[in-house]
Design a protein around this ligand. Structure first.
Ligand code: FCB
Length: 452
């Protein structure tokens, strides 16, 4: 790796305010394991993993990073990085196994220990309620395609907030409704593995609806932490200036960005997309759009790459000639600046967080060390891209690296490693990679500036 002076930790740190939120992120199903312990029931991902061929390496979440048992060691790793924030999710079937009715006290106790463990270490807890692991019992009643699931989610949100809300910095309703709806119900490559566009669009609507309903209920309950949602977004660029490519890019932007941003921040679905979806457009009841547009405190953005589309669809990133990650995603930091500027320009977003950014690369642990210059450079360049958006006036408040640990990367299983800490799955040994050391140095530079 050529040293790039603009990526030097101290130079980069000087571009952020001292009170900026810096974190690492994880999600329950990807790290916890202990899927049959202490009263947890199946989620849709436990069931999906049993489907032959669904997971690339045939693996599942049964053990994952064994975080359920190793959480103290993991929080110590978080603390050693010097971050001031940790983003994690609650497994709904661990705390309310059937998705309605009885609570599981041992499940709630786990998250209470986790939250208190973070606070003891001086780290602010950022909790996500739904990072994809819907209780299977609710799936059997129709899952997110059933309107009733929105009400079940409100009850779940209130129950978690009643127990933990006084100690959280922020609470996120859903992680990436697009992925849950489209990958889960249209392409079917993620749980629950259905393949019908009309269903996917109804699911997306119910996710958004339940977000708005939950925000109202939590506010009425007096929950004081920041409330928001996390979307996976990207700039969608036409492959050329031809009218055909531009039209297709507009539609893809509609599917990925506007279909979520417009109802959340303008109270309406985009007219061109309603036309595009035709009979597949969702059933929307009176009052739904008003609920969806309930003002939130922040929007979380998960950013990994851009999307380039031509008249016949997405352009293969390999054809773009840039560096690719192990997921085959193009490394394109400028897209983060572009995306944040656009969100700020087009929508009244009160505050933004980058809630996920990071990269999978093939790592090797050699002699107790993992040298991952490509990941370090990826993260540093995206932090620099975030600084650029901040300087241009975007109300960006924080940045969280995906992920703390190598973990269960959904349909890719354990083969794709996103961690800044390496996990040896046979021994469960954790080894901070060189990227973790870089992040620690960067955060140290941040604190030194704040103290100066
Ligand atoms: C996002 C997910 C996260 C992780 C990263 C790589 O879509 O929110 O759980 O899998 O991608």
């Amino acid at each position: 790796m050529q040293p790039d002076p603009s990526l030097d930790p101290a130079t980069l740190a000087a571009r952020f305010p001292p009170d900026f939120t810096w974190g690492v992120a994880t999600s329950a199903f990807q790290i916890e394991g202990a899927v049959r312990e202490d009263g947890r029931a199946d989620s849709i991902w436990d069931v999906f993993c049993r489907r032959p061929g669904a997971i690339a390496d045939g693996s599942d979440g049964a053990l994952a990073c064994d975080h359920y048992h190793r959480w103290q060691e993991d929080l110590d790793l978080v603390a050693r990085l010097g971050v001031n924030a940790y983003r994690f999710s609650v497994s709904w079937p661990r705390v309310q196994p059937q998705g309605h009715g009885a609570w599981n006290p041992r499940g709630l106790d786990f998250y209470e220990r986790l939250v208190d463990g973070l606070l003891q270490r001086g780290i602010a807890p950022h909790l996500t309620l739904n990072h994809w692991d819907l209780p299977q019992a609710l799936q059997e009643g129709g899952g997110w395609a059933a309107r009733d699931t929105a009400q079940r989610f409100v009850d779940y949100a209130r129950g978690v907030a009643r127990r933990l809300g006084d100690r959280l910095r922020s609470l996120t309703t859903h992680n990436e409704p697009f992925v849950q709806a489209v990958l889960g119900h249209e392409t079917g490559i993620f749980a629950p593995g259905l393949q019908q566009r009309a269903v996917a669009l109804q699911v997306a609507h119910h996710l958004l609806l339940s977000h708005g309903m939950a925000l109202r209920a939590l506010r009425a309950d007096g929950v004081g932490c920041d409330l928001g949602i996390v979307l996976n977004l990207a700039p969608v660029q036409p492959a050329s200036e031809s009218p055909q490519d531009r039209t297709r890019a507009r539609i893809e932007d509609g599917r990925l960005v506007r279909w979520y941003m417009d109802p959340l921040f303008r109270g309406s679905y985009p007219a061109d997309m309603l036309e595009e979806f035709g009979a597949d457009a969702p059933t929307v009841a009176d009052g739904d759009l008003g609920l969806i547009a309930t003002p939130m405190d922040f929007l979380g953005v998960n950013y990994y790459s851009r999307s380039v589309v031509g008249a016949s669809g997405a352009v293969d990133p390999k054809a773009l000639g840039a560096e690719l990650t192990d997921m085959g995603w193009e490394v394109y930091p400028g897209g983060l600046t572009e995306l944040l500027l656009r969100l700020h320009r087009d929508y009244p977003v009160p505050a933004l967080y980058v809630t996920e950014n990071g990269a999978a690369f093939r790592d090797e642990c050699v002699g107790g060390r993992v040298d991952d210059p490509a990941r370090t450079r990826y993260i540093a360049r995206h932090i620099a891209a975030a600084a650029q958006a901040l300087a241009a006036g975007v109300p960006l408040r924080g940045f969280m690296v995906w992920s703390l640990l190598d973990n269960f990367e959904w349909a890719s299983g354990y083969a794709k490693r996103f961690g800044i800490v390496h996990v040896d799955y046979a021994s469960q040994r954790r080894t901070p990679k060189a990227s973790a050391a870089w992040y620690r140095d960067f955060l140290l530079a941040m604190r030194q500036r704040a103290a100066a």
